[in-house]
Every structure is written in C-alpha cells, then in structure tokens.
Write a protein that binds this ligand. Structure first.
Ligand SMILES: [Zn+2]
Length: 224
C-alpha cells in the first residue's frame, strides 16, 4: 500500500502534530470511532454480538435491544496560577523535559468544578480559590477523552506545593518570563540539549491554555 500510494505509515500520535487542525480533527474522530467499534463487538449484558448501524454512530444488541453509543471520558486540564506565577508539572510518561498543566479524569458523579478542586488538591496539595473555563478538545488517546481546560487561582499566601509523587514526577511554580520564553522557543530538540524545559505542542489544548495565561496572566483572577 505504501508503494502504491507513494506514502508511508506513521504513528497517529506523531502525525496529528504535522497536520492542519481540520485534518487532525477528522483523523482523530475517525480513529476514535473505529477503535470504539472494535472494542464494543459484544453486548456487556447478554454477551451476544452487537450490530453496527449504517452510519456507525451506535451499536445495538439484537437479543435485548440495548443501544450502545460511543463515549468520551471527561478530563480536566487545569493551569493553576497564584496571580504572578503558574504551576507546571510532569508525569513520568511525558517526553523528556516537557512540562504541562495538571490533568486528571473526572470521577463518576463529579462536576467539573469538583474534579478540578480534587485533582489540584491530590496532585500538588493546593486549594483552588477561583476557576474559569477556557476551552475543550477531543483527544483520541488512549481512549477518547474530552479535555476540558480551565484556569484556576489559589489563595495568595497559600502557594506551598506538596508534589504527589505517585501521580507526578515533578511540579513547580514558573515565572511569567520563564513560561513566555519557553513558549517562544518551543522546540523540543534544541531544548533537550540545553537542559531547559519545553511545553506541549500547539495542537494540544494545554499549549493554548498556557499561551492564554502568558498573554493575560491575570485573566483567571477576575471574579468568577
Ligand atoms: Zn444484549
């Protein structure tokens, strides 16, 4: 196929960052949908094979008529600020040197606000005072998430962090200058050599969130 089409297969995770927004979104939706169908071949109640509808938007169990719809798991991405600095963290699974905003799955029964407060408390031991919604994005890996990005502020004078090392490898406060500089020279290859940190690429919602904060560091300190 590669020879016939004069192309080559590459990992979708890498390809997404080389495509324009429209193509990237189309590909990630298609991949998420195909994977969902693949993983929902059987009814979880009766164990019978399910059938896909013509459009591919759902699957039905012929024996008990249960309808299954593709699902996304909500994930909160939170950029915590103390008014002048922002908090960036890294998980051990991140590429070397990359720091990002805090992220975590919403638990069942939780509101978005509750998930943000719990995640921030769990991961770095801080209490969120105010939070503000920024934007959202579908992310196909590992299993279709709806990434919901928020700015959060902590009470001034309560900024001492306690990094939860079971969830994070490192977390720290970064000054506006440090983050603005990192955004400007956001090329992982040069930065790995210099030993400096780098931020998620443009397509990632965390990048947009960090950029928003750099352009308007006090946007999250407005009354919510
Ligand atoms: Zn069934």
């Amino acid at each position: 196929m590669e020879t016939e089409l004069k192309g080559s297969f590459m990992e979708l995770r890498k390809a997404l960052f080389q495509l324009n927004t429209k193509d990237a979104s189309l590909l990630s939706t298609a991949q998420a949908l195909l994977r969902w169908h693949d993983g929902h071949q059987f009814c979880s109640r009766s164990g019978q094979p399910t059938k896909k509808n013509m459009a591919g938007s759902k699957r039905v169990c012929p024996s008990n008529k249960i309808i299954y719809y593709p699902q996304m798991a909500p994930v909160v991405i939170t950029l915590v600020s103390d008014g002048t600095r922002c908090l960036l963290a890294r998980q051990s699974s991140f590429p070397k040197g990359m720091y990002s905003a805090l992220a975590g799955f919403c638990d069942i029964g939780e509101s978005l606000e509750e998930a943000v407060r719990r995640e921030v408390a769990e991961e770095v031991g801080l209490e969120v005072e105010r939070l503000q919604y920024s934007a959202s994005q579908h992310w196909p890996f590992p299993n279709s998430s709806l990434m919901i990005a928020c700015h959060a502020t902590v009470k001034s004078g309560q900024t001492e962090i306690q990094v939860n090392l079971r969830e994070l490898e490192a977390a720290d406060w970064f000054s506006h200058d440090e983050v603005a500089t990192a955004l400007r020279r956001n090329n992982p290859y040069t930065q790995q050599q210099n030993g400096t940190f780098w931020l998620p690429p443009k397509l990632a919602i965390a990048h947009q969130l960090i950029k928003e904060w750099v352009e308007k560091p006090n946007c999250s300190t407005l009354p919510a």
